[in-house]
Design a protein around this ligand. Structure first.
Ligand code: EPU
Length: 344
């Protein structure tokens, strides 16, 4: 007998923001951490392939999933502690990321405002270390709790354990996001009381200037970010997509300099290690793919980095466009793009 929170042959069509059709052999909807320990020891589920699903905003389903899909829906958020320097705010994995960020701001605990309107869930945020407009979630994570799905035991990971980097963490590097080894159940953020707005990102500064705002409050900064995102990034509820479809590539300083002399408008972001980050959206636009479709999928007209499903797309359509865009950018610039979402 399977617990009543598990469905068999479950439709996953609305479980990801890219809205590709697929089914899961088993789908468990988790609302309490104890259910994870139950799954770990259930004899009918032992040894099966697993995958932990958050908001589905960074996931490409390439077919039916032969195993156990674990949808994290644990609710709850609270002030976990406070000291003279910081507030410690904790949220369960199933909380919607944007709602959580807006709630922290309404409570008077700023810090996460630059990450407003990122689709997805709190539990998924650490895995690829979500980031936007000069801030990455990992910078403000104090620790997190995860259940080891082999043993059913809960484990605490400090921020240092998580080894956050650009769109990366220990969870991703070890492949645990693919193997379903851990389910992140709760994330605790340390939000310093000495708050300073991060307005270094050109577009944010420009949006604030447009509103005549010199010294933004956290809520004004959140609003600026929301306005920018709404202009450039499609709402998955209206036009299915999974956000940035490629990572911004890191290239050698030599290659960046050579490209810049041939293309003076090339955006370049030098990194502390000497490499240079390029803007994948710019490369894709220059390679002719901005606003262009291939079958039912295309690269979005306002932000070439976003692959959109214009209706009825299958995974093979997404894979064909991924290949076409990568080949075009490689042929034109000699730069290899890596997809950002997880392909399952
Ligand atoms: N650009 C173009 N054409 C385009 C898109 C971008 O020329 O079609 C140029 C822009 O003009 C700008 C540069 O490329 O000079 C960078 O563009 P943008 O500021 O829009 O940011 P991005 O590097 O394309 C990254 C993140 C986004 C995040 C924004 C803002 C990655 C892979 N993407 O995009 O994250 O919102 O910065 O911080 O790092 C996501 O991961 O899903 C996501 C949306």
């Amino acid at each position: 007998m399977l617990p009543d929170y598990i469905q068999t042959q479950a439709d996953l069509g609305s479980s990801t923001t890219l809205a590709l059709p697929a089914r899961a052999e088993f789908l468990a909807r988790i609302t309490r951490p104890e259910q994870l320990a139950e799954l770990a020891r259930h004899p009918d589920l032992a040894g099966r392939r697993r995958f932990v699903l958050g908001g589905g905003s960074n996931l490409v389903l390439t077919g039916d999933f032969p195993g156990l899909m674990i949808a994290m829906a644990i609710p709850g958020r609270q002030l976990a502690g406070e000291d003279p320097q910081a507030w410690y705010v904790s949220a369960a994995a199933g909380e919607n990321w944007h709602d959580f960020v807006q709630w922290t701001l309404a409570q008077g605990w700023p810090g996460l405002e630059n990450l407003s309107l990122i689709p997805g869930s709190v539990g998924a945020a650490p895995i690829q270390n979500i980031g936007a407009y000069g801030l990455e979630a990992g910078e403000l994570i104090d620790h997190l709790e995860a259940t080891d799905l082999n043993s059913g035991k809960s484990i605490r990971f400090s921020a240092a354990d998580c080894a956050f980097a650009y769109r990366d963490s220990l969870f991703k590097r070890e492949g645990w996001h693919l193997s379903g080894r851990y389910a992140i159940t709760r994330v605790c953020f340390r939000l310093p009381k000495a708050w300073r707005p991060r307005t270094g990102y050109g577009e944010v500064a420009a949006e604030l200037a447009r509103g005549g705002i010199d010294n933004p409050t956290p809520l004004q900064l959140a609003q600026a970010v929301i306005t920018i995102r709404q202009k450039k990034l499609p709402d998955p509820a209206v036009l299915p997509n999974s956000g940035s479809f490629f990572q911004n590539p890191l290239v050698s300083a030599e290659l960046a300099a050579a490209l810049a002399s041939a293309h003076p408008s090339l955006p370049r972001y030098p990194q502390p290690d000497g490499q240079v980050k390029l803007a994948a959206g710019w490369l894709i636009e220059q390679a002719g793919w901005k606003g262009r479709n291939l079958g039912p999928v295309g690269m979005y007209e306002q932000q070439a980095l976003v692959l959109v499903n214009r209706g009825g797309a299958k995974s093979r359509d997404v894979q064909a466009l991924t290949r076409a865009v990568r080949e075009a950018v490689l042929a034109r610039f000699g730069v290899n793009l890596s997809p950002e979402p997880v392909f399952l």
